[in-house]
Design a protein around this ligand. Structure first.
Ligand code: AMP
Length: 403
C-alpha cells in the first residue's frame, strides 16, 4: 500500500520515559517536541513545546506508554497548544529509536510482528534499553494503528565493521552462541555527522575518511572509512571505550574478577563501572560544566579528571588516524563536543603529536554551532558538527517508506 509520508513522529522510549519530536519532512522542519517522565511510576510529568507555546513538567496521568503517547498526540492536535496537526491522522509515520539491533539489523526496518519478536530476542544484549523501547512501540501502535512504524537502531551504522574490528580475541563460540562481539552505539549520531561532514568537505559521503567523536554523558569515537564505520570505541555494551560521565570506559577486565574475589557481586561491579565510574569517580561530578569550573578554580581532582578524559579521547583518535591512513577531518559532536570549549581545548592539545593545532578564538566562540576549531596549519581539520539524532531517525523513517 503506498502512503505519502510528510509528518514523521520520532519516539525515543525508555522503561519510564518517552521523548518525542514531530518533523515536517517536506522541509525537514521540527514542528514540536516533548517528553513524558515517570511513566507507570506515579506523579508523571509532561513537557511540550511548539513554536509559540511551551509547558514544562506539568503533572499528568501516564500509567503506561499508550497513555504517554496519547498525551503527546493530544498536545500535537490541541489548537491551544499551537495546533501543529488537525488530527491524529496527520501523523504519517512513526520512527522509533531502538538501542540494539544486534547482527540482525544493519538498516532500519518497518515494524511488524516478526520484527517485534526479533527485537525482543535481542533484549538480553540491551536489557536496560530494548524492553522499554518495545513498550513504547506497543503503546504507539495502540494509539496510532494503521500508521507505519519503523525501528531505527543505534547499532546499525556500525554493522559494516570488519571482523578485525568487531571480534574479541576470545573463543569463536562465544560470538556464535552468545553474540559476544563489538556492536558499537550512537550509530545514528555518527551517521548524521558523517553525512554532514561530507557536505562541509564537499566530498561524496562514500569517499570521506573521518574520526567522529560523539562526546556527551555517554561518549564514543568512530573511525569512518569511505563513509562507513570501520571501528568504534564502544563494545558489546556502551561501557567500553573512552572515559565517560559515570562509565569507566576501558579498564583491565581482570579488575572485575579481582573485585568479585573480594566480596563484590556481579551487580556491584556492574554498578561500579557503569554508574560510579568515569569523571564522576575521579572528581565527584559527571557534568563537564562542573568539572571545567572546578579546574578553573584550581581543584586538583577535577584537573586530573579532565586530563584523564582527554587522554582517553586522544588514544582512540590516534589509533584510528593510524588505521585510516588518510583522515579528512576529526568531527566533534554531543553535549561536550558541541559546547565545552575547555574540554575541546585540552583534547586538541593532547592531539598535538598528530600535528593538530587549535584556533583558540574560534574554539572559545563555538557553542552548539558548526565551526572549524583547528588552526589553519593543522595537519587534520577539527570541525564541530552539532548532531541531530531525531532528524536522522525521521530521515531514515522517511527513506524506508519512500524508497
Ligand atoms: P549529552 O549526553 O550529549 O547531552 O551531553 C551531556 C554532557 O554535555 C554533560 O557532561 C554536560 O556537562 C555537557 N555540556 C552540555 N552543555 C554544556 C556547556 N554549555 N558547557 C560545557 N559542557 C556542556
Amino acid at each position: 500500500m503506498s502512503h505519502t509520508v510528510r509528518n514523521v513522529l520520532v519516539v525515543n522510549a525508555g522503561s519510564s520515559s518517552l521523548k518525542f519530536m514531530l518533523f515536517d519532512m517536506s522541509q525537514e522542519r521540527m514542528l514540536a517536541k516533548g517528553q513524558v517522565e515517570r511513566i507507570g511510576i506515579g506523579d508523571a510529568l509532561f513537557t511540550f513545546s511548539t513554536e509559540g507555546f511551551s509547558e514544562k513538567q506539568t503533572p499528568c496521568e501516564a500509567p503506561n506508554h499508550a497513555a504517554a503517547i496519547r498525551l503527546a498526540c493530544d498536545a500535537l492536535t490541541a489548537p491551544a497548544k499551537g495546533g501543529c496537526l488537525k488530527s491524529f491522522a496527520d501523523i504519517d509515520a512513526v520512527g522509533h529509536r531502538i538501542v540494539h539491533g544486534g547482527e540482525k539489523y544493519s538498516k532500519p526496518v518497518r515494524l511488524d510482528e516478526h520484527a517485534l519478536k526479533e527485537i525482543e530476542k535481542l533484549s538480553p544484549l540491551a536489557p536496560l534499553h530494548n524492553p522499554g523501547a518495545l513498550q513504547g512501540i506497543r503503546g504507539c501502535e495502540q494509539v496510532l494503528p494503521g500508521v507505519p512504524h519503523v525501528a531505527v537502531f543505534d547499532t546499525a551504522f556500525h554493522q559494516t565493521m570488519p571482523e578485525e574490528s568487531y571480534l574479541y580475541a576470545l573463543p569463536r563460540e562465544l560470538h556464535d552462541k552468545l553474540g559476544v562481539r563489538k556492536y558499537g552505539f550512537h550509530g545514528t549520531s555518527h551517521r548524521f555527522v558523517t553525512e554532514r561532514a561530507a557536505e562541509i568537505l564537499g566530498k561524496p559521503s562514500d569517499q570521506v575518511n573521518l574520526v567522529t567523536c560523539h562526546l556527551g554523558n555517554g561518549s564514543s569515537i568512530t573511525a569512518v572509512k569511505g563513509g562507513k564505520c570501520f571501528d568504534t570505541s564502544m563494545g558489546m555494551t556502551p561501557l567500553a571505550g573512552v572515559v565517560m560521565g559515570t562509565r569507566s570506559g576501558d579498564v583491565d577486565p581482570a579488575i572485575a574478577f579481582y573485585l568479585m574475589k573480594n566480596g563484590y557481586s556481579a551487580d556491584d561491579v556492574d554498578a561500579l563501572f557503569n554508574k560510579q565510574g568515569g569523571v564522576k569517580a575521579l572528581c565527584g561530578s559527571s557534568d563537564m560544566r562542573d568539572v571545567c569550573s572546578a579546574c578553573e578554580a584550581g581543584n586538583r581532582d577535577a584537573q586530573v579528571a579532565l586530563a584523564r578524559l582527554v587522554h582517553s579521547y586522544a588514544m582512540y583518535v590516534g589509533g584510528y588516524v593510524a588505521l585510516l591512513g588518510r583522515t579528512d577531518a576529526i568531527i566533534l559532536t554531543g553535549g561536550i563536543g558541541e559546547n565545552s570549549w575547555e574540554t575541546r581545548q585540552a583534547f586538541l592539545k593532547a592531539l598535538s603529536g598528530l600535528g593538530i593545532t587549535l584556533d583558540e578564538a574560534a574554539n572559545r566562540a563555538t557553542r552548539g554551532v558548526e565551526a572549524t576549531i583547528s588552526g589553519k596549519d593543522s595537519a587534520i581539520p577539527v570541525i564541530v558538527v552539532p548532531t541531530n539524532e531525531e532528524l536522522m531517525i525521521a530521515r531514515e523513517t522517511f527513506t524506508i517508506l519512500n524508497p
